[in-house]
Design a protein around this ligand. Structure first.
Ligand code: ZN
Length: 442
């Protein structure tokens, strides 16, 4: 162990002898401004690998629609200058979803050799904090995460990382798919958190990449039925055509186009639709402390949207053939949009699981707490992925039970990184890949 207290301060000979070109890196220099400029080549440590990065997935987002968006951390950094109240400190090298080829090996490494194909696990936990000590390394209090403030991202030509953070990739997995292993690992963690199991029904809000990857994982876990929702008709159509590599048939049984929830009261509509005045709905006669259930002027907009969500969800449940089951077992909310949260709780069956995945634009939302209590819903959140998720994701690609190639719609050389980010922000593509070695003469 003592070796780790004496880190290399100069580049070891196995790196200097390579005579590598400058380490051009996708660098965020200001809000929505990227330059591909040389960054320092990291010094190879005794327990680490130097990787020639081949491909990087360009985040999980689709669309730039204000209320209905899945944003990855670094797209937040790109578009908004930060995420979750943590502003970016410029410049910052971006990226956390990469794969590549090992070109140098630290003196203590026995697990890897030059030429190995590896994925880059982007989160390096501290191993010391209380969460790490309890085995929950994904919520480490001192996490170093590629592309997050304080850490170097992986959209560069070369990247160094501890060997144990670089799982091997089978030869037959393409570089493009290999670049998507990190989001698939997040999909595996989503499955673990929401407790995907055979014969369970699953509802997914958001048909962007992480929604579709979640659907693919649910399918690989033998879900009984998968339904999905989005407010973007292009994404709904894409979802309908996302096919299983196992059956050749669509993974998603029903993909629904949804709209903003109406905000008018259903009860008032009933009154206005000829049901007449009900004397019991008068406030007259109420004693102290009595609740006037029918005084709708006191309803909040959240209450009204909740009424609408219940009605609309009932329609979806019927269309999906789930009326007898009275909802779905597992809800994956991958948008961060309030309306989808309301629909998600409304569509969950009694005792179901609800997982909050989407980040959204704001930090607080209206949430139907009474229904959560009455239906005894298990509400959970998720951050990143846990220890077994990368190996599980690689297994899924190795065995061919998940196909990410259908999701990759465009690729750019690293020299056009800003075009890649803008393409993602424009929402016309599902997954965009950056080729980290392309665009240079050497
Ligand atoms: Zn920690």
């Amino acid at each position: 162990m003592a070796e780790f207290h004496f880190l290399n301060k100069t580049q070891p000979p196995q790196v200097t002898s390579l005579n590598l070109p400058p380490n051009h890196s996708c660098t965020l220099v200001a809000k929505r401004k990227i330059e591909v400029i040389p960054n320092d080549l990291p010094i190879l440590q005794p327990d680490a690998l130097l990787v020639k990065v081949i491909s990087t997935d360009k985040l999980f987002i689709h669309g730039y629609i204000p209320w209905f968006i899945i944003l990855s951390l670094y797209l937040h950094n790109y578009l908004a200058g930060g995420v979750g109240g943590r502003p970016v400190k410029y410049p910052i090298v971006m990226g956390h979803e990469s794969s590549g080829e090992v070109i140098a090996v630290g003196d203590l490494v026995k697990s890897h050799k030059i030429g190995d194909r590896v994925a880059i696990e982007p989160g390096l936990p501290c191993r010391r904090c209380i969460n790490c000590k309890e085995g929950r390394v994904n919520i480490c209090l001192d996490m170093r995460y590629c592309g997050a403030p304080g850490s170097v991202g992986s959209i560069s030509r070369f990247f160094a990382l501890p060997a144990d953070m670089a799982p091997h990739i089978p030869d037959h997995v393409s570089w493009d798919e290999a670049g998507c292993i990190q989001p698939l690992a997040v999909g595996v963690q989503i499955g673990k958190r929401v407790a995907l199991e055979p014969h369970k029904t699953v509802a997914i809000f958001g048909c962007g990449p992480i929604g579709l990857i979640s659907a693919a994982v649910a399918h690989a876990y033998s879900a009984k039925k998968i339904i999905a929702f989005d407010n973007n008709p292009v994404r709904v159509e894409f979802a309908k055509n996302y096919k299983s590599p196992l059956t050749g048939k669509p993974i998603i049984d029903h993909a629904f186009l949804i709209k903003d929830l109406p905000t008018e009261s259903l009860k008032n509509n009933e009154l206005n639709n000829g049901l007449g005045e009900d004397p019991s709905r008068s406030k007259v006669g109420l004693g102290d402390g009595e609740i006037d259930d029918f005084h709708h002027e006191d309803e909040s907009i959240g209450d009204r949207k909740w009424e609408q969500a219940q009605k609309i969800a009932a329609g979806f449940i019927e269309q999906a053939g789930l009326t007898n089951e009275e909802g779905v077992d597992r809800v994956i909310e991958a948008t961060g949009a309030e309306d989808c949260m309301l629909l998600g709780i409304a569509i969950a069956k009694q005792g179901g699981n609800y997982l909050a995945v989407g980040l959204g634009h704001i930090q607080t939302n209206t949430f139907p707490t009474l229904a959560v209590t009455n239906k005894e819903i298990n509400v959970m959140g998720i951050t990143r992925y846990t220890a077994s998720c990368f190996p599980s994701a690689i297994d899924m690609l190795d065995r061919g039970v998940v196909d990410l190639r259908q999701l990759i719609t465009k690729s750019f050389p690293i020299t056009q990184s800003m075009d890649a980010f803008e393409a993602v922000a424009a929402g016309g593509d599902m997954k965009v890949i950056i080729k980290n070695q392309e665009g240079f003469d050497n």
